[in-house]
Design a protein around this ligand. Structure first.
Ligand code: ATP
Ligand code: IP8
Length: 244
């Protein structure tokens, strides 16, 4: 049984303060992962105040690229720094986490179509490791480098690894309706499009609307939930909002 879990950047960082970790929440999430009885786990984390801040500063998005290597390294460097923090908190809980940097293992063609190497991720899992990928820059034909979101990585990995469970842990307890109540199930984008917004913080990859769109395209159910529900998700419970 393969599980893909994304730790939202807005959960593990202070999203409105550049390059600031939310160490307490990250440590709690690492403890929940360590305590879970999950065979095959792949973790992806988002950018939060590490990636999005630099991406916005350099004017790079998922479709608008840059060739300036300093900008590329600002975005990629901030994300590898955040990845180090995530790995070290997981190691502190004895989770056998290993890094995978998508900048070196992915590309987009001129139509924006993503190709991501996943065979090494599958082998890491087979050998008992927990690969930890992250939102990153990605080389993009005709654009230089664009942004690759953790949400897009989640859907690519879930498909390639034939994942049984997919979860996105964000700051919210699920996708919320107009009255801020959790919507238990979404299977149609248009039915909820009016309540889906962008992120409250600096975010170049589209906030909740982009997440729901990505997850609906997956073809198998996925969950959006808050940090308090990670243990329940890993235990196989129906948590937050089920999408698809
Ligand atoms: N209908 C909605 N329900 C829930 N959250 C919503 C809704 N509309 C907009 N949002 C916003 O979407 C945010 C989640 O998206 P965001 O991209 O910030 O999350 P993340 O994946 O945790 O972070 P990152 O993109 O840095 O990895 C919420 O914090 C909230 O501000
Ligand atoms: C901004 C960068 C580099 C990563 C974006 O990943 P996300 O936070 O999962 O959308």
């Amino acid at each position: 049984m393969t599980t893909v879990l994304k730790l939202g950047g807005s959960v593990i960082t202070e999203k409105d303060r550049p390059e600031t970790l939310d160490g307490e929440t990250l440590a709690a999430l690492a403890a929940a992962v360590a305590a879970a009885d999950v065979d095959d786990l792949v973790i992806v984390h988002g950018g939060g105040s590490f990636g999005h801040h630099h991406a916005a500063e350099h004017g790079v998005s998922t479709t608008e690229g840059i060739h300036d290597v300093r900008g590329v390294m600002d975005v990629h460097g901030a994300m590898t720094t955040l990845n180090r923090f995530v790995l070290s908190r997981l190691h502190a809980e004895d989770v056998p986490a290993v890094p995978v940097h998508p900048f070196s293992t992915a590309k987009r063609d001129a139509d924006g179509e993503l190709t991501l190497m996943t065979e090494q991720v599958a082998t890491m899992v087979d050998e008992g490791f927990v690969p930890v990928l992250h939102g990153d820059g990605v080389v993009h034909a005709g654009e230089g480098v664009t942004v690759l979101s953790g949400d897009e990585l989640v859907t690519e990995l879930a498909t390639a690894l034939d994942a049984d469970r997919v979860g996105l842990c964000s700051t919210v307890p699920g996708v919320l309706d107009d009255d801020d109540a959790v919507i238990p199930h979404i299977d149609d984008f248009d039915a909820v499009a009016d309540v889906l917004g962008v992120s409250d913080a600096t975010d170049v990859t589209g906030g909740m609307a982009a997440k729901v769109r990505e997850l609906l395209a997956l073809g198998s159910p996925a969950y959006v939930f808050g940090p308090e529900a990670v243990a329940g998700f890993l235990a196989g419970d129906d948590v937050g909002t089920r999408i698809g």
